[in-house]
Design a protein around this ligand. Structure first.
Ligand SMILES: Cc1cc2nc3c(=O)[nH]c(=O)nc-3n(C[C@H](O)[C@H](O)[C@H](O)COP(=O)(O)O)c2cc1C
Length: 199
């Protein structure tokens, strides 16, 4: 017998009020030519800095390059999957995120390292939205190549690479990407993932 798949209820609507930055944040693929100002780059990392982390370890680490640092920017770009390269080629800012695997105070494994990096990246993304920028996180890159070309030691776990810039013209994207860019955001409804009784 075929295993039964139960359809998941989804919606494009907000079910309750949320912060404007949460409403507006999107992982866009079309970037404007405009570079990201140095003070805005600093604000992105400042937002990450104030994220919560297990015992305040702050395991997040970032390596970034702007398009006017072509050698550094290319080193990061070249680690991306071909499907990502198609649209990332116009991104004015690339950020590589990674996390320290052990606690600094006792060298024990930090099971929360990647969890905490995710929180920091979320803070960074929302700050970016408030600054009029779009952040597109990517897991689609060669982690070992990135580690090698960027000199990231094995004591750090690779996170995502982020492509960042001001939103551009979606009509300049190649066709399948253009459709995705213009499509509404869709999410599972709360009833699919929130319980107030037992599992
Ligand atoms: C860990 C992670 C990895 C992702 N990897 C990619 C990727 O390699 N390429 C891509 O185009 N988008 C990638 N995304 C973006 C997601 O597809 C996107 O967040 C999702 O479709 C929801 O869209 P939204 O962020 O605009 O709400 C990734 C997002 C996360 C959080």
């Amino acid at each position: 017998m075929e295993p039964q798949t139960i359809p998941i209820a989804t919606s494009t609507e907000f079910e309750a009020p949320v912060l404007e930055v949460i409403q507006k944040r999107r992982s866009l693929r079309a970037f404007a030519e405009k570079p990201v100002e140095a003070e805005k780059i600093k604000s992105l990392f400042e937002a990450a800095r104030w994220a919560p982390s297990s015992v305040n370890e702050q395991p997040w680490r970032y390596l970034y390059a702007t398009r006017n640092q072509p050698e550094r920017w290319n080193r990061i770009f070249e680690t991306l999957n071909e499907g990502n390269k198609v649209w990332v080629k116009h991104a004015p800012l690339l950020i590589v995120s990674f996390a320290k695997k052990d606690f600094s105070r006792n060298s024990r494994p930090n099971a929360s390292a990647i969890y905490d990096l995710g929180a920091a990246n979320a803070f960074l993304s929302l700050q970016a939205t408030a600054l009029g920028l779009t952040v597109h996180q990517m897991g689609g890159f060669d982690k070992e190549k990135a580690r090698a070309v960027l000199g990231i030691p094995g004591t750090f776990e690779m996170g995502v690479i982020m492509a960042i810039g001001y939103p551009g013209n979606p009509h300049e994207l190649p066709d399948p990407l253009k459709q995705r860019e213009l499509a509404p955001r869709i999410r599972n409804v709360q009833a699919e993932f929130v319980r107030n009784d037992s599992f």
